[in-house]
Ligand binder design. Sequence first.
Ligand SMILES: C[S@@+](CC[C@H](N)C(=O)[O-])C[C@H]1O[C@@H](n2cnc3c(N)ncnc32)[C@H](O)[C@@H]1O
Length: 236
Amino acid sequence: MSDDWSESAQAWIADQGELGDFSRQFVLDAAMLKRVEGRGFANALDVGCGEGRFCRMLNARGIPAVGIDPTLALLQTARERDPEGDYREGRAEALAFEDASFDLVVSYLTLIDIPDIGKAIPEMARVLRPGGTLLIANINSFISACADVTWVRGADGSYLHYPVDNYLDERSMWVSWRGIRLKNWHRPLSTYMSLLIAQNLALTWFDEPAPHGGDPSHAERYRRAPWHMVMEWRKP
Ligand SMILES: C[S@@+](CC[C@H](N)C(=O)[O-])C[C@H]1O[C@@H](n2cnc3c(N)ncnc32)[C@H](O)[C@@H]1O
């Protein structure tokens, strides 16, 4: 069980609401759904499914999804919100599935939460079928480098810039917002890319989606700093 996540689970659920937070509602959901719709995926695994929002979206599109997560309070909410769904306790580092079980494996803003990425990425590749797709949304490494500092502000409170520092130093850090306190991992982009390439996966899509709605002053921050990336990797 992930202790810091357990302590923040209720605040997280409240913060996400039904539609997800700003990142999900106004940036990532549309970009992620575009990558799955109409592709004929027979099934999916959502690694770190949280309270199950993206599994519900996949199920609604006719893609039966299994969600795994180590945080029991989040799994409980996922099951309450989707009693027909399939939500299981599990960790990315040791996926309890046979090799080649899924057409689609999703990591939706979980790579920065997973402590042992050197085990998790091979596991995600292992459970994919040949020809299957690993779809990743992650916080950009240029942002995670300073997630504990965030925006530098002017004397009038205006946002000046988002600093990047100690970029090449892999590390964990505590981050807090709206009653949530979690340990996130910063890793340079090359760490993720090297692990994915080492699995013989081929990068077939890369995007840094722009916000498409929401409060304009909030959206502006997502244009100024390189917040998110979406990648799709195919198993040969
Ligand atoms: C930022 S949340 C994202 C949840 C969900 N994918 C979403 O987008 O709403 C990160 C999730 O990763 C989960 N997590 C933490 N450590 C994990 C691990 N080792 N393996 C799998 N999931 C993990 C947490 O419990 C949490 O649900």
